[in-house]
Design a protein around this ligand. Sequence first.
Ligand SMILES: *Cc1c(COP(=O)(O)O)cnc(C)c1O
Length: 373
Amino acid sequence: MAISDPAGAAARLTVDLGAIVENWRRLGRLAPATAIGAAVKADAYGLGAAAVAPALARAGCRDFFVAHLEEGLVLRRLLPHPARIFVLHGVPAMAAAVMRQARLIPILNTPADIAHWQAEARRAGTPLDAGLHVDTGINRLGFPVAEFAALLAEPARLAGIAVRLAMSHLACSDEPAHPLNHLQLERFRGAAEHPALAGVPRSLANSGGLLLGPEFAFDVARPGLALYGVEPRAPGRGMLLPVLGLEADILQLRDVDAPDTVGYGASHPVRGRRRVATVAVGYADGYMRAAGNCGAGLIGATEVPIIGRISMDLMTLDVTDVPIEQCRPGSAVTLIGNGLPLHRVAAAMDTIPYEVMTRLGSRFARHYVGGEA
Ligand SMILES: *Cc1c(COP(=O)(O)O)cnc(C)c1O
């Protein structure tokens, strides 16, 4: 139930499309020979693929990655050909025709994916584009290295399939010193060197992979998080522009004193005279409950600690130290952005920025800025 007039809403999520485009360009400067694509699965990490993907396409991004067929179908309505939409989870048995008609490019992970796509190519009487996924060590999706080599050794097994991408995915790209990174790099090089893949573009790097070094970038990169303003391994270093802002207005103020407590479970005993502000953001909005009694907001330059538990629709903050003129019903509290970076908010919730972003729910009024062509 997003409210269409952001100005009138008690909590507002701002997505800076210009910053996303600028981050995409900055990643491109890191790897000038690499086509920088965009991971826009999970509704562009909760930011709204309907706004994010066209903004990137207008800037020149050509390759988009989603997880599910359904996400690909939605995206196709927003991104006409020649944007390429890769579907990471392969070809569902009954959906190959739908996939072909929408000109989606499945990433084939299993022999069953290949069989479904080949059958569709036969029905269509034309070869169909696809990517091939070799699993070099995350042990999740894709062909194990030996199976991949066996597959390539028999060209008939790929008859009817025009391979447009050979990809793998890193397990530890946000930990540069982890030995698995180079092991996966070597395995991927070996797997993709097969003569059957001559001339096929290669793709290994997500955001973290791009920052591991130029040897990880290959022909196509698939960043998500970095486009959305979070630098995976050194957040806050300033290499990327922040994208996401969350602001909520104070609904009510209350002066309390010991032995009062604040919120459900009386989990915050007040020590002395304090002023409590209540804002309309809670765990039903994706503001995770783990931040109760440990996260913070900002009013102007003053940090205001979250006190008490996060409720379903509300949270409470200690605003005693805020100058009175900045702290009235209707005054805005920043919960993400403007000096309160997403990675810090995620740490207070005991999770990672990915999870925070994908949970920031549909109840906020969304405000897109900077999206001009
Ligand atoms: C989600 C995903 C990405 C993007 O990862 P980031 O860490 O957000 O850059 C890239 N490739 C695959 C296969 C993914 O699932």
